[in-house]
Every structure is written in structure tokens, then in C-alpha cells.
Design a protein around this ligand. Structure first.
Ligand code: ZN
Length: 411
């Protein structure tokens, strides 16, 4: 037994802000809060999502009508079964989020030097001096803390952090996170060691439970993937191993670096694309229609629509494998814990953006049943066509006549 206690972990406070946009009832807000706490209070890292997988199983067990299964890579497929026998023909709506966040995997001690490899996108200059907290892979209890002394690259070009000030006991297979708060709310701002993508994952759980409560007629799928931060590895495994995804239309959920066109606190973002590709137009149209409807019902509901090109996300992978995918995200500050001043810091979002995201997802599921959304935009174009067509025809006649005369003259 290690006699010495670890330095205390930063505290957490998952409390609902008093000020909100009124798009969810108090009851629904509390449900959303509980799911954020369920995931955010547990540790995760790429290839060390064990605690998240367990939490998802606990969730599925607690909500009647929701099933859970895993593929061979332990990506999870949750499913609300739907209460009606005759649902919409065609693809099943699926939400997708990832369970990992950039973090450390313990490497070991050699010649008295303790090291851990880092998995996920954080530039090396943010590392020196930053604190790391390690967790037991079986119990998920914290078991050690250390500070990064310096970094180097291994043969695979992975970052290897040399650790100093190590306290606690090294456990085989332990994994580390930046030693930051699991989650705190102050004002309407939510700060946490992981927003990306435990907020996406918890929004997915909240949405499934709200749909189950209202006995939503259609089946809805929730996909929770692993090891997104190292190149959509879990998602690739799911897509490469076959048929499961063939009948889905996916809405990918992310936290994505804020942009001039997508600000923290100005609503959930309809993500038209990422740094790699643009997303399925039909799904994007549907989300725009749903957001406009929500705005009519709730005067304070706001949303944004933007190309979030600060990173790539799994929606690009789904589309590449022929599974139509759109995207929703939260505008994120301190992406991957990199504060602009060069320090490692909590990521942050606006709590009300998160509530708006869940409202948008539930509304999208309800809307999905009524089929493709391009109707409104097409009807608008039809209207303008009818009004303008005659001018086009008349002027076409003149242009055609003029060009015939000119051709005759020049002969
Ligand atoms: Zn992410």
C-alpha cells in the first residue's frame, strides 16, 4: 500500500445555471445534467474508454426500451426500439459521438526514468510543466500523479513524455489525463478536462432517454465510438467490418474549435462540413428546417450554421464509406486543452448551447419520420420560378433572335 495520499484532484461541480433559454423543461434539464455528470466524472483516453463503456451499459440498463450491443472493437450501438410497427421506410436515424479524449498511456520505468506516450492531437510545446493524473484501468480509481518534464518522439513518431515528481503507485496499463477539473459550471460556462467529446456522447444519451420517455414511434440509434482522437480508429473499425452501418443516416456530434462564424454561447452549430469534406446536404437541410421550427416555438432558441474547419470528424469517415452523414457540434474554447497562453487548461463551452443541442436532436428525430427535408427550399425555388419564368422566356427569345440576325449579317 502506498502510504502517501495523492495531491487532491481539482474539484467538480455539475450544477445547472439559473439562466437558460427555456427550450428544455426543468425536468429535462436535470436529465441532461445527470448524463453529463455520468460521463464527465469518469476518466477516459484513447484505447482506455473502459469506464465510458461501463457507463453506457449502466445507462442502457436503466432505460426501458433501449438496447445496447458492441461490435468486435467495443464500439457501442445503443438503440431505442421505437413504439410503432410501421415506421418510416428507408434509413434509420443514428447519432454518433466518440468516447475518448487526447491522453496518456503509461509506458513504464527504465533506468529510473518514468515515461508515458501521448495519443491525440496536442502540440509538444504545451507539455512541459503540465500535471497529469493517472487512473487504474480496472477500477478507474486515480492511482498516481506526475508532471511532464520534457517530450521526445518514439519510432512511431508518437509523443513520449518524460515524467517528474511522480507520486502514487504505477499500475500496469494505467492511463493518464491532464490534471484538470472533471467539470464545473460558473455562470453559463461549462469548463472540463473533457468537453470533446463527452458532451456529444452525453447529448446522445440524453436524446435517447427523452425519446424513450415520449415513446417515440421510430427506432433511433446511438453510436459511441472509441479511439477517435488517433484517426477515427474505432469508427473505421465499425465501418470496415461490414454491414451494420448500411441502413443508417448519421448525425455526427462533436465539440469543435470555435470560429468567427460559430461562437461559444450563440447556440448549437449545424456543421456543414469539417476540415476534410462537406456533409450530406439532405441531412443538413433537415437540421436547418428543424432549427427554424424550434425558433418559432421558443423565441430564445438560437443556433448557428458553419463550416467547422478546425478539425476533421467522423462524419467525413461515414460519408467516405457511403453512409450519409451530417453534423451538429458545440463551439469549443481551449480545444484539446490548449489555452492560447500556452498552458494546459480545461476546454469550455456554453451550457445553454448544450441544452440547445439536445433540443435540436430530439426535434430532428421527431422530424425524421416525415421524410426528406428539401421540400421547403424546393417550394421556394418553385415560387420564384413561376414569378420570373416569363421574363426568362421573353429575353431568351430576344437573345436567340438577335444572335440569328447577327449571324446572318456576318455571313
Ligand atoms: Zn472530437
Amino acid at each position: 500500500m502506498s502510504a502517501k495520499a495523492l495531491p487532491p484532484a481539482p474539484s467538480a461541480r455539475f450544477r445547472l445555471p439559473a439562466r437558460h433559454r427555456g427550450v428544455l423543461t426543468e425536468d429535462q434539464r436535470e436529465l441532461v445534467r445527470a448524463h453529463v455528470e455520468l460521463l464527465a466524472s469518469r476518466p477516459t483516453a484513447p484505447y482506455a474508454e473502459d469506464a465510458m463503456v461501463l457507463a453506457a451499459h449502466e445507462f442502457a440498463k436503466s432505460v426501458p426500451g433501449i438496447s445496447i450491443s458492441a461490435d468486435r472493437y467495443q464500439n457501442l450501438i445503443l438503440k431505442w426500439k421505437g413504439s410503432s410497427r410501421n415506421g418510416r421506410a428507408g434509413r434509420t436515424l443514428a447519432f454518433s459521438a466518440h468516447l475518448d479524449h487526447p491522453g496518456f498511456l503509461w509506458r513504464g520505468t527504465r533506468g529510473g526514468v518514468k515515461t508515458a506516450t501521448f495519443h491525440g492531437g496536442v502540440p509538444e510545446r504545451w507539455f512541459p510543466g503540465a500535471l497529469v493524473r493517472f487512473f487504474d484501468p480496472k477500477t478507474f480509481e486515480e492511482c498516481a500523479t506526475a508532471r511532464v518534464k520534457k517530450t521526445a518522439r518514439d519510432r512511431e513518431k508518437k509523443i513520449v513524455a518524460e515524467l517528474t515528481g511522480f507520486q502514487g503507485r504505477a499500475r500496469r496499463g494505467m492511463f493518464g489525463m491532464w490534471d484538470l477539473t472533471p467539470g464545473t459550471v460558473s455562470g453559463t460556462r461549462y469548463r472540463a478536462r473533457v468537453c470533446d467529446d463527452l458532451l456529444g456522447a452525453s447529448a446522445l444519451l440524453s436524446t435517447l432517454e427523452l425519446l424513450a420517455r415520449e415513446r417515440h414511434p421510430e427506432p433511433v440509434v446511438g453510436i459511441l465510438t472509441r479511439a477517435e482522437e488517433t484517426g477515427f480508429i474505432g469508427c473505421q473499425g465499425l465501418l470496415r467490418s461490414g454491414r451494420r452501418a448500411r441502413d443508417w443516416a448519421v448525425i455526427g456530434l462533436e465539440c469543435s474549435p470555435k470560429r468567427a462564424t460559430a461562437r461559444v454561447g450563440e447556440g448549437p452549430v449545424i456543421r456543414v462540413g469539417d476540415a476534410g469534406s462537406v456533409f450530406e446536404p439532405e441531412i443538413t437541410h433537415l437540421l436547418q428546417e428543424v432549427a427554424a421550427d424550434l425558433r418559432r416555438e421558443h423565441a430564445d432558441f438560437v443556433h448557428q450554421r458553419a463550416l467547422m474547419d478546425g478539425g476533421r470528424c467522423e462524419s467525413s469517415a461515414y460519408n467516405l464509406w457511403g453512409v450519409p452523414a451530417g453534423g451538429l457540434c458545440l463551439a469549443l474554447g481551449n480545444y484539446h486543452n490548449c489555452a492560447p497562453n500556452g498552458s494546459i487548461a480545461p476546454e469550455y463551452v456554453d451550457w445553454n448551447d448544450h441544452e440547445g443541442l439536445v433540443a435540436l436532436m430530439v426535434a430532428a428525430a421527431r422530424r425524421w419520420r416525415r421524410g426528406p427535408a428539401d421540400g421547403k427550399m424546393r417550394r421556394g425555388l418553385d415560387r420564384i420560378w413561376r414569378a420570373e419564368r416569363e421574363r426568362l422566356v421573353d429575353s431568351a427569345r430576344r437573345i436567340a433572335g438577335g444572335s440569328t440576325r447577327r449571324q446572318a449579317k456576318s455571313r
